[in-house]
Structures are given as structure tokens and as C-alpha cells.
Write a protein that binds this ligand. Structure first.
Ligand SMILES: Nc1ncnc2c1ncn2[C@@H]1O[C@H](COP(=O)(O)OS(=O)(=O)O)[C@@H](OP(=O)(O)O)[C@H]1O
Ligand SMILES: Nc1ncnc2c1ncn2[C@@H]1O[C@H](COP(=O)(O)OP(=O)(O)O)[C@@H](O)[C@H]1O
Length: 182
């Protein structure tokens, strides 16, 4: 669809995908983008891994580093959302307080807990990080030997070991409609 025919939302919103490595955030982010684009909306993905590699590859994964990085992503999402863009954030964001800050700052907000059991994530291990953690080559891998504070009341929870990406997309879009964002 050309820019001229792109649907413009007066108020954008943010779909915040949180969950540990290998849970399925990236896959869901791209499936959502494809679907929303085909419906004619302006969509942007903010992927934590990509932003890290582009802006500060040496940052690391201490609590302080993650909080600072997450705050930068929150600011980007706020700017995009308030200009009518549907913003999909794909970010481990392990700390509840930071996600609550995101909700408050951004406003129109759908928190999606992307869940998969540890055994499934270990089996998938798309980046080989669980193998490295098991060999002791990395420490503090989120959801393995690093903290992940599970969302208590996310707008949506998807279990990627039981649902297809298409079913996950439907669950998120249904919630967006229910909340009046679409
Ligand atoms: N120790 C440790 N813990 C967690 N993740 C690690 C770690 N080391 C490297 N990686 C890789 O970093 C990717 C990006 O993480 P995020 O920016 O989403 O994380 S965070 O919100 O700052 O916690 C994250 O991407 P995803 O696998 O897509 O989630 C990992 O691939
Ligand atoms: N229903 C599903 N939703 C998302 N990912 C799935 C699903 N089923 C299997 N997978 C697989 O799980 C892995 C998830 O990786 P990824 O999306 O990169 O996770 P994350 O971004 O959370 O680290 C991929 O290899 C993907 O093919």
C-alpha cells in the first residue's frame, strides 16, 4: 500500500512484547507487523537486540544497563505512538517496575507476555545462548540464571509452545479492538 493510501490513526498505540530469550517475541513482532501492514496501518518494530547492536553494542546486561536501555526504548515508543504509528516493542524487559513505567509514559499500551516453558526455550535456543549459559560461558541469561519478573496482569498472554504465530496475532488484535485502539 502506498503512503497516500496508508490508514492514519489519530492515536497510535504500543504493543509491548516481553518475555525471555527464545520465547518468540521476534517471530510474533514480525507476524504482527505483516498483518497490520496488510490492513494498511503504519507500523514500526523496536527490537531490543537491534537497538543494542546499532547504538551501544558494548552496553551489557547489568540491571542498570538494562534499565537505561529500556528507558530509551520507552521514549522511542512514546514518540512513535503519539504520532499515530502502531509501535511493536520486542524487548525482554525483565523488570516489572520498568514495564509499569512504560505503561504510564506511553499511554495506549498493550502488554503481551510472550511465554514458553524453559524446556521449550532450551530446545529452540535460536541464538545458542542457553548452551553457552549451561557451559558457564555467559552469566545472567534472563529466565535461566538471570531475573525475569513475570507480568501479573498483562493485557494478553500467549504460550508459543501451544499457539501458532497466527493465533497469537489474532489474540493481540482482538485485544486492540476491545480497547478501542483499532
Ligand atoms: N545475559 C543475557 N540475558 C538476556 N539476553 C541476552 C544476554 N546476553 C545476550 N543476550 C541477548 O540480548 C538480546 C537483547 O536483549 P534485550 O535488549 O531485549 O534485553 S533487556 O530488555 O535489556 O533485558 C536477547 O535477545 P532475544 O534472544 O531476542 O530476547 C539475547 O539474544
Ligand atoms: N508459536 C510460535 N511463536 C513464536 N515462535 C515460535 C513459535 N513456534 C515456534 N517458534 C520458534 O521459537 C523461536 C523463537 O525465537 P525468537 O522469536 O527469536 O524469540 P525471542 O525474540 O523471544 O528471543 C523461533 O525459532 C521460532 O521459530
Amino acid at each position: 500500500m502506498s503512503e497516500k493510501t496508508q490508514k492514519s490513526l489519530e492515536n497510535g498505540f504500543t504493543i509491548w512484547l516481553t518475555g525471555p530469550s527464545g520465547a518468540g517475541k521476534t517471530v510474533l513482532a514480525h507476524a504482527l507487523k505483516k498483518k497490520l501492514k496488510s490492513m494498511g496501518y503504519g507500523v514500526e518494530i523496536l527490537d531490543g537486540d537491534v537497538i543494542r547492536k546499532t547504538l551501544y553494542p558494548e552496553l551489557g546486561f547489568s540491571k542498570e544497563a538494562r534499565e537505561m536501555h529500556n528507558r530509551i526504548v520507552i521514549h522511542m515508543a512514546k514518540l512513535l505512538s503519539r504520532n499515530g504509528v502502531i509501535t511493536i516493542v520486542s524487548l525482554i524487559s525483565p523488570y516489572k517496575a520498568v514495564r509499569e513505567y512504560a505503561r504510564k509514559e506511553i499511554g495506549n499500551f498493550i502488554e503481551v507476555y510472550v511465554y514458553a516453558p524453559l524446556e521449550v526455550r532450551i530446545q529452540r535456543d535460536p541464538k545458542g545462548l542457553y548452551k553457552k549459559a549451561m557451559r558457564g560461558e555467559i552469566k545472567g541469561l534472563t529466565g535461566y540464571d538471570g531475573v525475569y519478573e513475570e507480568p501479573e496482569n498483562p493485557e494478553v498472554k500467549v504460550d508459543s509452545s501451544k499457539m501458532t504465530p497466527e493465533e497469537e496475532v489474532e489474540a493481540v488484535l482482538e485485544k486492540a479492538k476491545e480497547l478501542g485502539y483499532l
